[in-house]
Design a protein around this ligand. Sequence first.
Ligand code: PMH
Length: 388
Amino acid sequence: MSIETFYRDSWVEIRLDAIKENMKQLQKTLDDKTGIYAVVKANAYGHGDVQVAQAALESGAYGLAVSLLDEALILREAGVEAPILVMGWVRPEDAPVAVKYNITLTAFQTEWVESVKNQSYEGALSLHLKWDSGMGRIGVRTKEELHELLLSCQDEKIQIDGIFTHFATADELDLSYFHKQQERFEILLEEFNRHWNEDVEIHTGNSAASMRFPEKMHHVVRFGISMYGLYPSTDVKALEPIPLQPAFSLHSKLIHVKKLPKGESISYGATYTTSSEEWIGTVPLGYADGWIRKLQGMEVLVEGKRMPIVGRICMDQFMVRLDQPYPVGTKVTLIGKQMDQEITIDEIADYLDTINYEIPCMISYRVPRIYVKDKNIIEVDNSLSVED
Ligand code: PMH
């Protein structure tokens, strides 16, 4: 844990207690024997991979799931010893790196396994086989492909430790496609069990499936978006299968406040013109921080009140219309609570016509992350830091 200094007035706050609470809520509904892979790919959906991984493991997560081998190596480098599964495709020539760092890879192509076997490494590569039961992304689809793959895996350089699939519609009210995927998975599972005697981990559920159908989960679930306190869809939010607390908030400060007369324009393209005398504040955050230009017109919170973003959002700054003058240094909340007002990630996602997953992911490396536990700042992570 380190407290790094940063020299700007914008920051993300991550409440690690919220992550722990969300883990606890899911654990309550799961069978005692069902473990949790905390999905921390993409820098833990923008929340900070190592910090979230540690909080999840402290809360009893069984392992961690990422998309890239590079992401897994960052966790190992930070001293994480728990099982790590890379769910995406890794080049076969990089398998020796996975073996060296005890990282499990995902396999679904016979040629890939053959190519891995030609690499030089000691011991066995741990694999989870991926079955495409209807996501149409990666995975084995037929019994024939499965047979071929299993044949190729009968080798001392390969160790099958798990099998999994991924649902495309577990977050929707209409569950017909979800059931179809489950059926297809069960058929391949029967086939697998006929040809393979060793015990393996079986996992199918993402946040939506694990919260809605905890009794249908096998050995592990892969808990992503809801560990961060967000529901996977508005449909699931309405069902509220478990209570969740968002962990992510985004803040800045007013760095300049001025009174403009009627008829003055703001920012590139002069797209906004004051319609009377107006107080305008400048916020030091822009599209290079992930606060993209499409957020023009969205609101921010100042002293618990909503103020609109006026004019185009620049690379590093944007302007807001204030209801009155506020001192330089006044806190501005872009995501999160101030008094009884709240701007949620879901609201931002709605405004941008996208899903909540995308919002924390898009807040860039330029914005330092502050980690809070029991109301205390326990760590500051600043990617721009030049300090060791
Ligand atoms: N398992 C796999 C294979 C995934 O790709 C994801 C999320 C999860 C589990 C976790 O899902 P959850 O966040 O809904 O709990 N993957 C993605 C994705 O590829 N695009 O958006 C989410």
